[in-house]
Structure formats: C-alpha cells, structure tokens
Design a protein around this ligand. Structure first.
Ligand SMILES: Nc1ncnc2c1ncn2[C@@H]1O[C@H](COP(=O)(O)OP(=O)(O)OP(=O)(O)O)[C@@H](O)[C@H]1O
Ligand SMILES: [Mg+2]
Length: 511
C-alpha cells in the first residue's frame, strides 16, 4: 500500500522577489518590498501593507532553494497519480520565465529554473529499481507544449507551419481538452529538455521597454505520466494517467509605462484581457471557498468561459489538481503599483480550495488499446526525432546555398533567394519521391526474387528430366549449359524489368 503523505487542499502561494537589475540600480531605484524576517513567509510592501503567504523568497534566494522548498514534494505527487499545476504569475519582467525555466538552454547551472529540475527528479523516480514486493508501478512519460497567443492555442511541438499548429479547445467528461495536441513519448530528462527548447524557440517573444525578452503569450508545458501497477497478486493491472502543468504566463503591463504600440499594444491588450479573466476567476473562487461560508458566497458564479486562459486552467483552479502559484514581483519603487496588485491577487489565491484527488484508475481490460497506443506513440516520437534530425541536416545543407545566393545577388537578392529556395525545394521533393520509388522497387524486387527462384529451379528441373528421360541424349554438356543460361537470362531480364517498373499490374501479377 502506497503512503500518499499529506496533500494540500488550498492553492499554495509562494512569492518570489527578484533582485533589482543593474539598470534599475544605475537608475537610482530602490527596494520597497521588505521581508522583516527571512525565516517567516511575511512581507511588507511600501512600508505599510503586510502579507503572509505559504513561502516568501527574497532576492538572494537561489533557484535550487525555490525548487527544494516549494516544488519537489508536489512534483513527486504526480507519480502517485495526482494532477499538479504550477503557475507563474506577475508583472512583465518580474521573473516568471526565469523561475519556471521555460527558456532553458540545455545546460544545467545554478540559474536553471524549476522545470528542468523537476524533469530530472521525475526521470530519477521513473527509472528507480522496482521494489522487491512487486508493488512497484511501471511508468511511461510524455510531454506536450502549447502556447496561448492572442486567444489562439498553438501546438509548440508540432512540425507543421505556424498556421497549421492552431488548435481548438473543447470540454469532455475529463474536463477541458485540446484535441490534436502533440504528446511525445520521452524516455529521459535530456530528451525532454530538447523538446522544451524546440517548443520555446517558436514561442512569441519580443523586446519591450520593460523586458528585452518579454513573452507575448502564455505557455503550458505538460508532463504526462502513464503508470501501470499490479492491483493484486493474481496479476490484475490498472493504468492511471496524471499530468503536471508548468504555466508561464505572459506578464501584465501598462501601455503608458511600456509605451507599447502597434503589434506590441495589440498583444498587451489581449494579455491583459486574459489576466483580467484569470483575476476574476481567482476572486470568485476565493470568495466561494473563503472563511465566510454564507450561502451566497458559496454559490458565486465562476466565469471560466470568459477567456481561453481560464478555460485551460479550470482544473488547476478549483479543480482536482494540487496547485502552486509562484507570484513573481519586482522590488523596485517604480513598479510598486503592479507589485501590490500581484500581491493582492496572490493573497486571494491563497484561500482557493481545490479538491486534489488521484485520477481514477482504468483496468487493463478497460484500456485494452493502451499497449497499442503506447506503441504508436513511441513510433511517432521516434519518427519525430528522425524528422527533426533530417530538418536540421537539410537546413545545414541549405545554409551554404543561401549564403552563396546572398553573396552573389546584388540586385533582387530576395527574388534570387526565393528562386533558389524553390529550386532546392523542388530538388528535395524529387529526391523524396525518388527515394519512395526506390523503396517500392526494392520491396517489389525482393518479393519477385523470392517467387522467381522456385520457378527457375522448377523449369530447370523439368528441362533436365525431359532430357535425361530420352533414350539418347541429343544435347552435349555445352548445349545443356547454354540452355540453362538461356532460362536464367530470361528470368533475370524479367527481374530487372520489375525492378525498373513497379507498376500496379506487375504487383498484382506477383501477388
Ligand atoms: N530571481 C532572479 N534572479 C536573477 N535574475 C532574475 C531573477 N528573476 C528575473 N531575473 C531576470 O530578470 C529579467 C526578466 O525576467 P523574465 O524574463 O523571467 O520576466 P517575465 O516575468 O517572464 O517577463 P514577461 O512577462 O515579459 O515574459 C531576466 O533577465 C531574468 O534573468
Ligand atoms: Mg516571460
């Protein structure tokens, strides 16, 4: 019997205060958020407003400490079958992406965020040797990565072009789902890091006055665990699926301050709209599960449907998930309004009650197609890796051609490149077609060879029997050899013709 330990039933809120940046220090800005006692999760903003959270991390607290104190234990709940959500919330430039580690570059350092650290722990647990009593589970791990940009959901792990990565969302019995979202089977932390980097590279990011690498979209990176466990000694088995979401929200910003215009302004309006809907959901949930349990408070309407962001986070807020909100704030005086607003949201979130429960198990009978799905997912994942490598190779091979085009094209460089690109694309296409034809030929030829061999032998044997059955042999040894060679030549010609022209007609004659 597994010991499930304690499971928090309210949203956990950790506030992280980033250090003042070198520009802020150079600009004479100072710190207006005080943590009176680093051992207590309490802080004072602007010398007056006091807040207490699950944890408070000051500017000198390391990434490792944030992970160890707030994240590790809930990440491991994932392996027990709980859904877990970790959300980074806060103003633009406050440290959300830094804390989550969404822009991880593949090198593990002290600066790496909680996501790569969690992946290491997950794979350590998944690959741990089984317990001797046979009660251990076996696990399969998958990952997905999506982006919510201007109220549109994009699949960040799809190999298709941006337009074709667009996905819809809908509700079913399991809650809100994103049909068609790529879920890749992964077998190590390193492999998952690579997908994280592939996805993060296509995320919408743009420099703004507030953050030179500001994220213009919300992202959700999900680790999915499929665990199989024996239910009793007579070999019954069940399967449980649990999910861990890392939500890196885009930051709220004031247009006046960020001086956004054009595309940046349009993005920021959508970002603020989504965050406003999220704020409303947090307020409604907080008042319905807060201490004043009056009837009217308990029945507060929670408007999840106001934005895609709140629909996607429905299960994380007020659902069956164990949820940690990392509220990131800037300590600088000029950001105090935004910081106080984040702290008030975070304070409200603290009283949201979730109903964490292990996801229901399905017996292997119920999930008879599980093994097949697993096998197909593995194949898809392998093909995706292969495809990715091919793309990189093609890109590397195209680069010199493009550079040559740039160097050579003084006039109409764009047109020249486009023509070059079309030409290379055409060549690539015909190589692929040629290779497909070759494969088809090879397999038909293999097939033909297998069937022709007995025919040749049969014909030779008949010829030999006819000859040896005659009273007097009319053929000399040389004539006999020539006869055999003729038969072989005829079949070889047929075989080669098949190799060259694998038509449907040939195939049907061979089948
Ligand atoms: N705790 C920290 N320690 C050191 N540097 C930090 C910390 N938090 C944030 N930073 C730095 O501050 C800058 C802004 O952080 P980040 O990009 O994570 O902000 P963000 O909240 O994701 O902003 P946006 O909403 O615009 O995407 C980055 O250069 C990051 O490295
Ligand atoms: Mg960010």
């Amino acid at each position: 019997m597994q010991n499930l330990g304690t499971v928090p039933d309210t949203v956990q809120v950790a506030v992280r205060i980033r250090p003042l940046s070198s520009q802020e220090l150079a600009g004479g800005h100072h710190n207006v958020i005080i943590q009176p006692n680093p051992a207590e999760p309490r802080l004072i903003a602007r010398g007056a407003e006091e807040f207490t959270f699950t944890e408070v991390y000051g500017p000198t607290v390391s990434q490792a400490e944030v992970y160890d104190r707030s994240v590790r234990s809930i990440v491991l709940k994932l392996l027990q079958g709980f859904n877990v959500s970790i959300l980074a919330y806060g103003q633009t430039g406050s440290g959300k992406t830094y804390t989550i580690g969404t822009s991880f570059d593949g090198r593990l350092t002290n600066q790496s965020g909680i996501l790569p650290r969690a992946l290491l722990d997950i794979f350590d647990a998944v690959n741990a040797p089984p317990e001797g009593d046979g009660s251990s589970a076996s696990y399969r791990v998958f990952c997905s990565f999506m982006e919510l940009y201007q109220e549109h959901v994009y699949d960040l792990l799809s190999h298709r072009n941006r337009y074709e990565r667009l996905l819809g969302i809908r509700e079913d019995t399991e809650g809100v789902i994103v049909p068609g979202l790529t879920e890749l089977a992964v077998s190590s932390a390193e492999e998952t890091f690579r997908w994280l980097m592939v996805g993060a590279n296509s995320r919408a990011t743009a420099p703004t006055r507030m953050n030179k690498e500001s994220n213009r979209s919300h992202t959700i990176f999900t680790v999915i665990i499929r665990s199989r466990r024996k239910t009793n000694a007579t070999a019954g088995e069940h399967v449980r699926i649990s999910k861990l979401h890392f939500v890196d929200l885009a930051g709220s910003e004031r247009a006046k301050k960020s001086r956004a215009s054009g595309d940046r302004l349009r993005e920021s309006i959508q970002i603020n709209k989504g965050l406003l809907a999220l704020g409303n959901v947090i307020s409604a949930l907080a008042s319905s599960s807060g201490t004043s349990q009056t009837k009217s408070a308990r029945t507060t309407f929670v408007s999840y449907r106001d934005s895609k962001l709140t629909r996607l986070l429905q299960n994380s807020l007020g659902g069956n998930s164990i949820t940690l909100m990392l509220a990131c704030v800037s300590p600088a005086d000029y950001n105090i309004e935004e910081t106080i607003s984040t702290l008030r949201y975070a304070d409200r979130a603290l009283s949201i009650r979730n109903k964490p429960a292990r996801t229901p198990p399905a017996s292997m009978g119920q999930s008879s197609s599980m093994a097949e799905v697993e096998r197909l997912s593995k194949t898809v994942s392998e093909l995706r890796t292969e495809n990715d490598q091919l793309r990189r190779r093609i890109a590397a091979e195209l680069k010199p051609a493009i550079e040559a085009g740039l160097a050579g094209g003084k006039n109409g460089t764009g047109r020249h490149l486009a023509a070059q690109n079309r030409l290379l694309h055409g060549q690539l296409q015909s190589s692929i077609e040629e290779s497909t034809r070759n494969e088809l030929r090879a397999s038909i030829a293999e097939n033909a060879l297998g069937r022709l061999e007995p025919l040749v032998l049969h014909e030779l044997r008949t010829e030999y029997d006819d000859l040896t059955g005659m009273a007097t042999c009319p053929l000399s040894g040389d004539e006999l050899r020539t006869k055999c060679e003729e038969i072989l030549l005829r079949y070889r010609t047929e075989y080669e013709a098949l190799q060259q022209r694998p038509t449907a007609q040939h195939r049907s004659t061979l089948d």
